[in-house]
Design a binder for this molecule. Structure first.
Ligand code: GLY
Length: 327
């Protein structure tokens, strides 16, 4: 059994009212090298401002802990029926089963992950229990379900009336065609740094809609959907998981930062590597990276990949610079 991670003890109580800044896609990224060192920072994919706020509130409270902040933030998205790419209400596979993938990684390099999890909604919490209460990194399918049950998680039907309706409509043509930026809320990937400078992150998704039964994407794969190296930085990816898995994009982004690239340069290089290998692509991948100095970057294949950064002093809602500039 793994030792429980130590709690962070030195978080300040100082709160400040965030300023909201809107940023648009631009050839020259405005956000690169903004420096939030010595602040709590939460950076997440898509329009997950509420999740960021949940994490920040926890980070700013007394004795708050980084992994708890991240877990609770991601839970809020998993439980939101309106987000049809994550957790409850997530679109099913083509056989009509909702299967979830999630992972979490802490500043000590410990990771936990679940793949192909059915009937339980808090996938990131189950992943955290894998990290804390097992000698393993990843549990899958029936084994992940049994583990969730043994840890006291409640079973839940993950279909909503809306996701059932959409599935019925999809079955008329049964065409597998992953959509770019679908409703702008594919996977939640969330990275955070506390005022001590420690980094952690998590990912959660129901995966690409109407996938084959058994398909697992990048989100629960350490190094693909998420990677954290407390010495240099962390990164997360969203979009078509197959492209991310074939390039180990999150690990690559962190390694490029280790070699001296800024987070923005690292994200851009990750996307360029995908294009170089695959050629012109009609698919989306978006990458976010945060380094130890509190600088961040965001880059995507296609336009439309949005992100939110929430720090003690600011909320930045941005759209990443992209390889292709067509809307
Ligand atoms: N990025 C989520 C997935 O492809 O499953």
């Amino acid at each position: 059994m793994r030792t429980r991670r130590q709690f962070n003890k030195l978080l300040s109580l100082l709160l400040s009212i965030p300023i909201v800044v809107d940023q648009c896609s631009d050839e020259k990224p405005k956000v690169d090298n903004l420096n939030f060192q010595s602040q709590n920072i939460v950076l997440s994919t898509w329009n997950n401002e509420n999740a960021n706020k949940i994490a920040l509130d926890i980070l700013q409270s007394n004795n708050a802990e980084l992994l708890t902040a991240i877990e609770k933030a991601v839970n809020s998205v998993e439980l939101n029926p309106d987000d049809m790419s994550v957790g409850y209400g997530g679109r099913p596979d083509r056989d009509g089963h909702v299967t979830l993938d999630a992972c979490i990684m802490d500043h000590l390099g410990n990771a936990g992950s679940v793949t192909f999890l059915e009937n339980y909604v808090e996938a990131v919490s189950v992943a955290r229990r894998v990290l804390e209460n097992t000698p393993h990194v990843m549990l899958s399918g029936i084994g992940a379900e049994q583990f969730a049950d043994s840890e006291g998680f409640a079973k839940k039907d993950l279909f909503t009336a809306e996701s059932r309706k959409q599935f019925k409509e999809w079955r008329i043509n049964s065409e597998y065609k992953p959509q770019i930026n679908i409703e702008q809320h594919d996977t939640i990937g969330l990275l955070a740094m506390n005022r001590d400078g420690n980094l952690s992150g998590a990912c959660s998704t129901s995966g690409v809609a109407y996938k084959m039964r058994g398909r697992v994407g990048d989100s629960p794969i350490i190094g693909s959907g998420l990677y954290v190296d407390n010495e240099y930085g962390c990164a997360t990816a969203t979009g078509l998981g197959e492209l991310v898995m074939e390039s180990c994009s999150s690990f690559l982004a962190v390694e490029l930062m280790r070699q001296g690239m800024s987070p923005m340069e690292a994200c851009k290089e990750c996307v360029q590597r995908i294009i170089k290998k695959k050629g012109a692509l009609d698919a989306q991948v978006g990458i976010l990276a945060l380094n130890k100095s509190g600088e961040f970057g965001a880059y995507s294949i296609q336009k439309g990949f949005t992100y939110v950064l929430t720090s003690d002093s600011e909320v930045i809602k941005g759209e990443a610079s992209s390889y292709y500039n067509k809307s």
